[in-house]
Design a protein around this ligand. Structure first.
Ligand SMILES: *[C@@H]1O[C@H](CO)[C@@H](O)[C@H](O)[C@H]1NC(C)=O
Ligand SMILES: *[C@@H]1O[C@H](CO)[C@@H](O)[C@H](O)[C@H]1NC(C)=O
Ligand SMILES: *[C@@H]1O[C@H](CO)[C@@H](O)[C@H](O)[C@H]1NC(C)=O
Ligand SMILES: *[C@@H]1O[C@H](CO)[C@@H](O)[C@H](O)[C@H]1NC(C)=O
Ligand SMILES: *[C@@H]1O[C@H](CO)[C@@H](O)[C@H](O)[C@H]1NC(C)=O
Ligand SMILES: *[C@@H]1O[C@H](CO)[C@@H](O)[C@H](O)[C@H]1NC(C)=O
Ligand SMILES: *[C@@H]1O[C@H](CO)[C@@H](O)[C@H](O)[C@H]1NC(C)=O
Ligand SMILES: *[C@@H]1O[C@H](CO)[C@@H](O)[C@H](O)[C@H]1NC(C)=O
Ligand SMILES: *[C@@H]1O[C@H](CO)[C@@H](O)[C@H](O)[C@H]1NC(C)=O
Length: 430
């Protein structure tokens, strides 16, 4: 029998025989994960970062779906707007995705763009009009699908969203009408969700989302921003687990989110794990950041931080300013994974730079870095954190992952890590 080594000596292009190995991997999936569905390897592509992260830089061959962000809701139910997301890039995005065999979706809403979902779906008349708006938008741009990133039905998001206690039932009625539409029936319909099921009319999480499962292809659980500048201490941006944390530190995680959504009737194979290629920064006094362990100093868990000295993140960070609601906001403090490299926290291969303190939290399976001079601590996901999430996806038969955002990674360090761990075939050698 020829070894792989001798095959390559013979000059056989085994390494690049993608289709052979790819289809074998599919057979593996089909027998072990689900006989009828293909895995999802997805990311959101932020239209407003197209200049810094051009379409040509997307590793299309590592994705099955890519979602352009955002088409924001506007006061009129007859339109959505690409203002702020570079409308001119969208047709090129769709063309590039299709050239690469990747499904092209557009995400509607987002943190700043969810203001008018509630009124758009409030009445039968508006739902019918909004179905027409969405299907025409999908047809105009030749999209394969639409992602609904309503933050959040039945629960205020940014602060000035229209909101109604009937939001979730109206959302469902809208999705059902969209699914029944002649265009809508062929679209991939997904939703980006909070870590707990959407709120019902009583303000509590829905206990039955099975009707949503019938009309959506999948939900992508946004398991990030769990801890940030609004929190009481420095905690994990994107915890894999929190049932191992102190009760007061159980703010959500992939483990608890999957449990909550599946208990409410969303099958695991219709659940995609939302993962973050960015982290949150905090100003932490060195006295709080470090504790003694024998003779050396180690980073403390859940230290206090000084909110009045919120660091500014990388150049993609939101600067201090005024939001769409007219409220004054501080800097976001976000560092993309590449931004942590740029700022000297990490080497370009993603490992911790010399002179930087590091902690990998075993419960959340996420990383922390700290610069004693600037007193900046960042909670983020590194390759090990992404590998742990990939293993979780595989072990629990999730549909796959979706990363916010495609351009946050550096040299595919994160993407390759989660793909490999969740069982996708990587062909880096080609
Ligand atoms: C596989 O996916 C199909 C279609 O979504 C679903 O009906 C079925 O229950 C899934 N099977 C398992 C074992 O998860
Ligand atoms: C885009 O790709 C080019 C060519 O490989 C590379 O030089 C550049 O650094 C990349 N930019 C980003 C933002 O990834
Ligand atoms: C809808 O919005 C787009 C820009 O996003 C604009 O070009 C178009 O004129 C608008 N259509 C209507 C009917 O308002
Ligand atoms: C229906 O949509 C229109 C905008 O096109 C909006 O003005 C109106 O308030 C909506 N109806 C409800 C009940 O929210
Ligand atoms: C919610 O829907 C019910 C039934 O359609 C209706 O009677 C009620 O007025 C609605 N409530 C709100 C706040 O729109
Ligand atoms: C989460 O933590 C609980 C409690 O420590 C543990 O039993 C479980 O195995 C952990 N799950 C994962 C995926 O790490
Ligand atoms: C937080 O930072 C501000 C501004 O530098 C400073 O005035 C304040 O004393 C700090 N608070 C604490 C608790 O260290
Ligand atoms: C830590 O921050 C200081 C001040 O911003 C900076 O000069 C230094 O290069 C940083 N250290 C490392 C190892 O990046
Ligand atoms: C990452 O890069 C640093 C600095 O160049 C180097 O010291 C380290 O060995 C590299 N780590 C790995 C795993 O390659």
């Amino acid at each position: 029998m020829l070894s792989l080594f001798s095959l390559s000596l013979l000059g056989l292009p085994f390494v690049c025989h993608k289709s052979f190995f790819y289809s074998r991997r599919h057979i593996y999936y089909r027998s072990h994960i689900n006989a009828t569905v293909d895995m999802v390897s997805a990311a959101w592509y932020a239209g407003w970062h197209a200049e810094d992260f051009p379409l040509a830089n997307v590793s299309w061959d590592k994705y099955t779906h890519m979602t352009y962000s955002f088409a924001v809701t506007v006061p009129s139910v007859h339109n959505v707007s690409l203002d702020g997301s570079d409308a001119e890039v969208l047709p090129k995005f769709v063309a590039a995705a299709h050239q690469n065999g990747v499904k092209a979706l557009v995400s509607t809403g987002g943190w700043t763009g969810s203001r008018y979902f509630s009124s758009n779906v409030a009445t039968e008349e508006n739902r019918t009009a909004f179905v027409k708006t969405i299907t025409q938008f999908a047809t105009t741009y030749d999209l394969d699908g639409i992602d609904f990133d309503w933050e959040y039905p039945g629960n205020q998001g940014i602060g000035c969203n229209v909101i109604s206690s009937n939001d979730t039932s109206n959302f469902l009625a809208f999705l059902q009408e969209l699914r029944a539409d002649s265009v809508g029936k062929n679209l991939i319909l997904t939703a980006a969700t909070p870590v707990t099921p959407w709120k019902g009319p009583d303000g509590n999480s829905l206990t039955d989302v099975s009707a949503f499962a019938k009309v959506l292809d999948w939900v992508a659980i946004m398991n990030y921003d769990v801890w940030g500048s609004w929190s009481s201490a420095v905690g994990p941006n994107a915890p894999l687990n929190d049932t191992c944390a102190l009760p007061t530190d159980q703010q959500g995680s992939a483990v608890s989110a999957l449990k909550a959504w599946t208990a409410a009737g969303m099958p695991a194979h219709q659940t995609v794990l939302g993962v973050a290629s960015y982290g949150h920064s905090f100003h932490v006094d060195a006295l709080d950041a470090l504790e003694c362990d024998d003779d050396s100093s180690v980073l403390a868990a859940f230290p206090a931080f000084n909110a009045s000295q919120q660091p500014i993140g990388d150049k993609w960070d939101d600067p201090a300013g005024t939001d769409v609601c007219g409220q004054t906001t501080g800097p976001g403090g976000n560092f993309d994974f590449w931004g942590l490299i740029d700022a000297g926290f990490l080497f370009s291969n993603g490992s911790v730079a010399s002179g930087i303190d590091y902690r990998f939290d075993e419960c959340s399976q996420t990383a922390y870095v700290y610069n004693r001079t600037s007193e900046i601590m960042v909670s983020f996901d590194n390759a090990d954190a992404f590998a742990a999430k990939g293993e979780f996806i595989k072990a629990n038969n999730l549909r796959g992952f979706a990363m916010w955002e495609a351009g946050g990674d550096s040299g595919d360090i994160l993407l390759d890590s989660i793909r490999e761990a969740s069982g996708f075939d990587d062909d880096d050698d080609c």
